[in-house]
Ligand binder design. Sequence first.
Ligand code: HEM
Length: 417
Amino acid sequence: TKKQVPHDKSLDNTIDLLKEGYLFIRNRVDKYQSDIFETHLLGQKVICMTGEESAKIFYNPELFYRKDATPKRVQKTLFGVGAIQSMDGEAHIHRKNLFMSLMTPSYQNQLAKLMMDKLLDSIKVWENKEQIILFDEVNEILCRVVCQWAGVPLKESEVKERAEDFSLMVDSFGAVGPKHWKGRRARIRTEEWIKGIIEDVRSGNIKVEEDSALYAMTFYRDIDKNQLDSHMAGIELINVLRPVVAISTFIVFEALALHEYPQSKDKLLSGDKDKLKMFVQEVRRYYPFTPLLGARVKKDFIWNECEFKEGMLVLLDVYGINHDPRIWNNPDKFCPERFRERNDNLFDFIPQGGSNPAKGHRCPGEGITIEIMKASLDFLVNKIEYDVPNQNLSYSMAKIPTLPESKFIISNIRRKS
Ligand code: HEM
């Protein structure tokens, strides 16, 4: 007999998605004992799927496309309207090459070094404060780091507001109501700012190094050999700046992991690069950041007895795959050691998307993320000492994206001798 693909019964599950957040797909996969189920979200029929095999088909460009896969409200906060995330085919690959060219190991190291330098610089300020909120501080530092690296002029007096706008764009993308509008206004302000800078570079008012991200975006020619208009070039430059600032979320989760699992902290005292990397990988796997990804069906096909109809929205369970017991032993245990012997394939460890980043939509910024996280972890373990006062460190699995409530407060900060 033919297996029926489970249909989630409620008329529309949008509210449940908002209530269950990161666990929405996983909860139903457990309930129906099926990697794939159909439901209704935002007034449309949607297929949700989890597991490594699902990730493999999700990244097959013959079967799926990205245009119109992201709700407009997410484009108007997180991505920017009409940016790389919603492109397809050769035009996408062409633009993706530009992003890939800015994320080489040499750029990764430059960014990691800048990060460490600025973290070390801030010790003397922090030593004189009773306590700091780690998320806010790191957000501002990353904003300085990425603007300096990219060639974007940033006055010290504007750091706070610019950094806050970058994080508002990220924080608001899953929101409705006033919070959504806060995110939209943050994006409008940031797009205006960066568009002005692109125009200043084009008119020669700002001089910029040829190997910088600002130069690359300003003078990039698309597949039809045309320059992007200054607004679009700005949106794509923001697609480099904003996600670097967003690494602050992972850095807070690193600090939380050090606090929650002090025995794994001891292993990092030597500053050994491999151990730092294992810890970083486990933070990216274990803690919730990207919940799911969406794509639309390119042409009718049947897979796993489920009918995929042209144009249908399909959601891939990123958080669930990073906690899939078929891939990870004791997935809900924090254990950096699991990365010691591991050979990841392109579909079984996907905190920043799956498949080959040069050929599909996988994040081009994983190398940058890992190197900046390694530098920050080394800093937290080996360059300073601090106390973690009583505070609410819990993070909600319903809120997308989530963060410890207190944003991680540390006090009594000293330079480690
Ligand atoms: C795409 C996550 C950092 C630039 C993505 C995707 C995810 C992701 C899940 C989508 C994958 C897909 O659609 O298949 C993250 C997380 C980060 C991070 C959790 C940690 C903070 C970065 C950094 C950069 C970056 C540091 C750049 C310096 C991009 C770009 C895309 C992207 C440009 C669009 C790629 C495309 O559509 O082809 N990221 N990312 N990300 N990320 Fe990241």
